[in-house]
Structures are given as structure tokens and as C-alpha cells.
Ligand binder design. Structure first.
Ligand SMILES: *Cc1c(COP(=O)(O)O)cnc(C)c1O
Length: 488
């Protein structure tokens, strides 16, 4: 398998290169030359394990590596650390070390990056820089923990993440990791990291010291491919539970931010998985919802901070890959659209693309609707969902009442309710005042008796390992400290 850029500048890139580069030199995203259709191979094999399905899917794309290497990478990522469960129509993707679905991608990426690094004979140590609003940083730390040849530096806004998220990061063990709180907000953190990536002189200095900067953000093809796996897995579970027959169509419902998760379901369909509709659920940052209604992507609006923070985003980077397919792989058109977006903050797609997007439905849910979804699902089914999953559930209901579509569906359930316990307790109408987040977890458990994930239990009593703070315009200093480079 070879990879090409959505903007046409690169046409023949190996999987190792695509994984290490992350983003194409022309600013585009790497996509596979074609999508192998493997769905029929799963007939009469519906009881395959998650790891076995992962092997079948992943080996089609990362062909620089042999079967043994791919199997080792998969086991290294998931064994005893991550699993997916289907509860009714909710595909729970959060049974991993960080209790959110990003583990599916970020446990695998370091494994495949390690292989790619060897394949390309890179002898520099790779330093992953991440600015995080909470979830990605922790997932990257867990994924890269003690992986040879890699270090991770995470910057987070000191007063801008939840206490649970902060403790998850500050108590992180592993001898190749560092977490630094910055005095500023998430945008400051992100800008600081971008500045470092753009500073050639600084990067040269790092290279002289045998360090190569890289990122683990969600446009990396090494993160996207492993996300295809759970759509196959979820589908086969629906077959096993006799909710559908092999070959029946389903709809998928995905709470969407950067468009990685829902794009993975689209890639699954390209590989033959029978998906009828892609229901793209947004929170009040409803850029995508407007886009699927009008064909106009307009990011010129204020970012709203919601209770589904991992979806608070105005530019959904992975949408570029969908537009590429919908346009019939017209890289010139994609280049124009992305130029419009960066210069004017808006673009309008042509008829051909609109036609290519007809299986997508977009809508959004307000805070009130999210609260109502959480309490409805709990009161009707005794089942707890988190705020992100609740966005999906609320949008699904809008879709069904508009269309009366009775196709069976899968809802991507992206985080444990215990990750956002305050919102959940509020939605259920319980008293919140005067108790901290860890007491809120306790209270939610006593109320619901839903098990608290192992990694969140006792978190408040764990030892703080990372005790570093910096000003938002001085991000290089703690990085040099961490790498042991003397700053002259
Ligand atoms: C990242 C995230 C999302 C959004 O996923 P994308 O792939 O960015 O669209 C949804 N829910 C949770 C809990 C997340 O962490």
C-alpha cells in the first residue's frame, strides 16, 4: 500500500514515511491509494477477537511491516489494556487507560511509529510534543510510556482542564515523559507548540543533539487506521447478538470533533462494511452540522465552551479526507477549498462533492438536550452515558423523528461517564455544591452503582510526579530541561 496527499503534492509515500511525517509536505493529509474490500472475509468469522480483526484491517495498510510485526504492535497496544464492549446499541470505546476512546488510536500509534522509525533507520530520539485540553495529552502519555526511542512532552493550561484530567496527567509514570502546566489557556498552549514546530533554528539545535520533533495529532494516518477496527468489531457483535444478519445495513452515530472517528467509519464502509447513513453529531459548536445542511463550511464564529469539551472545535481537520473522496479525489479542488478556509475562514463545495456526501446527516445538540439525553437514557434503561455520547444520542433522536428511518444503528460511546462526573450528576438532578470532583465520582457511584474505571479510582491519593509550570511564552525552556540540553 502506498499513500498520497489530498493536495496532490506527494503521490508515492510508504506507510513508514506517512506515519513518521504525520502531515504531507504540501500541507495535505495522507490517504491510502485505495481501500481493500475485506468485509466478505468476515462471513462465518463473526466471533473473531478485537485483536484478530485489528490484524486483518491494519495489515492491509501498513504493508512495510510483516505479519509478525503487525501482530506484536497490536498486542503491545491493546493486550490487557484496552477492550471494546457493545451494550445495547452503544459501542463503548472507553475501556482503556484514559477512559476515553482516543486510547484506541493512541495506544497503537507509538507501536507502529516505533516500527516505522526502525524501518527508516532513524537514529534520532523522537520527541512528541502535544498541547492538550485534557484527553489527548493523557492518551499520548499512556501510549508512549517507556517506548524505546521516544519521549513525550505535554503542555496543558494550568487552570483549563478538569481536576480529574489534571491528576491523570500529573500522576503519570514512565521514564520518558514530562507534563508541564502553562500559565495561559489551551490556545496559548497550542500556539506555543506550533511556534516550536515552526522554529527551524531551534529544531536544528535539537537535531544536533539527536532529537527529532514529531506530533501525535489526529491527522496521523497511524491513528486513523486503527479506528476502523472497532466499526467492524461493533458490526460483528450486532450479528452475534442477532440484532442484524451478516450483510444487513446499519447506521452509525458519532459525536464529532476533529472528524477522525466518523471518518474511520466511512473508511470501514469503503472496505465493504454495510453502513447506510453516517450521523454526524456536534455540540453547540455546530460548524459541521451547518456544513452537511448547506454545503458551506464557515468557521467564522466564537468557540463555545461546552460540557463535551473534546468536541469544542471549529476546524475539523480530518474532513479534508472525506472531501477528497467525495470530490472523486480531485486534489486541485481540495487545494482551493483549503486555501479559502485559511484565507477567508469559509468555503463552499461544488455539486459533485455535495452528491458525494449524501450519506451524511449532520445535526447538533444544545446543553439542555444533552442533559435530557443523559437523564432519559438513565431513567429508561438504567444506563449511564457521558456528555459526548449524549450529544450523539440527542442527534440520533432528531434524525429518527425527521426521517422515521428504522435501520439498526451503532452509537460510538466515546468516554466513561466518570470522566465528566459533574455534568452527569447535574443532568441527573443531584446536588453538587460544596463537593470536589473526586467526591462527585463517589456520589455518582453510590447513586448508580455503575463501576468506576480502575484508572480513575484513588486518583486523588496518587503521588504527583510532574510538578512543572511555565509562562505561556517560554515553552522551550522546560523542553530543553527535559532533554538535558544546556541552553546558551
Ligand atoms: C476526541 C473526542 C471526540 C471527538 O472525536 P473526533 O475523532 O475528534 O471527531 C468525541 N468524544 C470524546 C470523548 C473525545 O475525546
Amino acid at each position: 500500500m502506498r499513500f498520497i496527499s489530498t493536495r496532490g503534492g506527494e503521490q508515492d509515500i510508504s506507510s513508514s514515511k506517512a506515519i513518521i511525517n504525520g502531515i504531507s509536505k504540501d500541507g495535505g493529509l495522507y490517504v491510502p491509494r485505495n481501500f481493500p474490500n475485506i468485509f466478505k472475509d468476515f462471513k462465518d468469522k463473526t466471533s473473531l477477537t478485537y485483536e484478530e480483526i485489528a490484524f486483518k484491517v491494519i495489515k492491509e495498510y501498513f504493508t512495510d511491516f510483516n505479519d509478525e510485526e503487525i501482530k506484536l504492535a497490536i498486542n503491545g497496544a491493546y493486550e490487557k489494556r484496552f477492550k471494546v464492549e457493545l451494550k445495547n446499541n452503544f459501542l463503548e470505546l472507553y475501556h482503556g487507560p484514559t477512559s476515553a476512546f482516543k486510547d484506541a488510536a493512541l495506544l497503537f500509534l507509538p507501536q507502529i511509529m516505533g516500527l516505522a522509525k526502525k524501518k527508516l533507520n532513524l537514529d534520532e530520539e523522537i520527541v512528541i510534543l502535544a498541547a492538550t485540553s485534557g484527553d489527548t495529552g493523557k492518551a499520548a502519555l499512556e501510549g508512549f510510556k517507556d517506548i524505546d526511542g521516544f519521549r513525550v512532552m505535554v503542555y496543558y493550561p494550568k487552570d483549563g482542564v478538569s481536576p480529574v484530567q489534571e491528576m491523570q496527567m500529573l500522576t503519570q509514570e514512565g521514564n520518558n515523559l514530562r507534563v508541564v502546566g502553562i500559565r495561559g489557556n489551551f490556545d496559548d498552549a497550542q500556539r506555543g507548540v506550533k511556534d516550536i514546530f515552526g522554529d527551524n533554528e531551534f529544531k536544528e539545535k535539537l537535531i544536533q543533539n539527536k532529537f527529532l520533533l514529531s506530533s501525535a495529532n489526529s491527522i496521523n494516518i497511524g491513528r486513523l487506521i486503527p479506528q476502523i477496527v472497532y466499526y467492524f468489531y461493533g458490526y460483528l457483535q450486532l450479528v452475534n447478538k442477532q440484532k442484524i444478519k451478516f450483510g444487513d445495513k446499519i447506521n452509525v452515530v458519532v459525536p464529532t470533533g476533529n472528524f477522525g472517528n466518523i471518518l474511520a467509519s466511512y473508511y470501514a464502509k469503503e472496505m465493504g462494511l454495510p453502513i447506510a447513513k453516517f450521523i454526524c453529531a456536534s455540540n453547540e459548536n455546530n460548524v459541521l452540522s451547518d456544513f452537511f445542511k448547506k454545503g458551506i463550511y464557515d468557521k467564522r464564529r466564537e468557540l463555545i465552551l461546552t460540557e463535551s469539551p473534546s468536541m469544542d472545535i471549529l476546524v475539523s481537520s480530518n474532513l479534508e479526507r472525506l472531501l477528497f473522496e467525495a470530490s472523486g479525489r480531485d486534489c486541485n479542488e481540495i487545494k482551493n477549498l483549503m486555501k479559502d478556509l485559511s484565507e477567508n475562514g469559509i468555503y463552499k463545495v461544488n455539486e459533485k462533492i455535495i452528491n458525494g456526501l449524501k450519506d451524511f446527516y449532520g445535526n447538533y445538540a444544545t446543553s439542555e438536550e444533552v442533559y435530557k439525553a443523559i437523564s432519559d437514557v438513565y431513567n429508561k434503561e438504567g444506563y449511564l452515558i457521558d456528555t459526548h455520547t449524549a450529544v450523539a444520542y440527542a442527534v440520533l433522536n432528531k434524525y429518527i423523528s425527521e426521517t422515521r428511518d428504522e435501520t439498526p444503528y451503532l452509537i460510538a460511546s466515546t468516554a466513561s461517564p466518570y470522566k465528566f462526573p459533574r455534568s452527569i450528576l447535574g443532568a441527573l438532578g443531584l446536588e453538587l455544591s460544596g463537593i470536589d470532583d473526586f467526591e462527585v465520582i463517589e456520589k455518582l457511584y453510590n447513586f448508580s452503582k455503575v463501576k468506576v474505571p480502575f484508572n480513575l479510582k484513588g486518583l486523588n491519593n496518587k503521588e504527583v510526579i510532574h510538578n512543572f509550570i511555565c509562562e505561556c511564552n517560554e515553552l522551550k525552556k522546560p523542553l530543553l530541561d527535559f532533554l538535558g540540553i544546556i541552553n546558551d
